[in-house]
Design a protein. Structure first.
Length: 95
């Protein structure tokens, strides 16, 4: 299956809440997050200055997400990654 990547805006971040909750409710985290709590967490991250996010999509569905924001370092600006999640699917071999 082909995977497409696209920038995710703060306006669109909540579309990944179900995936985020699914990933972090599984081992090894077992967080027990509800989808509304996941939405709140994602909205909070998206409110950070210089927010950046990249989504991975398969068949139009979000299957992965990386979230970060700009951070001032001693020698200039860098990007700090805060969260990442990827839908887990069993490997079915090469077709």
């Amino acid at each position: 299956m082909n995977t497409a990547f696209a920038v995710v805006t703060a306006k669109d971040i909540e579309a990944f809440a179900e995936l985020y909750a699914l990933v972090y409710n599984a081992a090894p985290w077992n967080d027990g997050r509800s989808v509304p709590v996941a939405k709140e967490r994602l909205r909070g991250l998206a409110a950070a200055p210089m927010f950046e996010a990249l989504g991975a999509y398969q068949a139009g569905t979000g299957v992965g997400l990386v979230i970060g924001s700009g951070e001032r370092l001693a020698q200039g600006w860098g990007c700090c990654t805060y969260e990442r999640c990827l839908e887990h699917r069993p490997f079915k071999g090469l077709a």
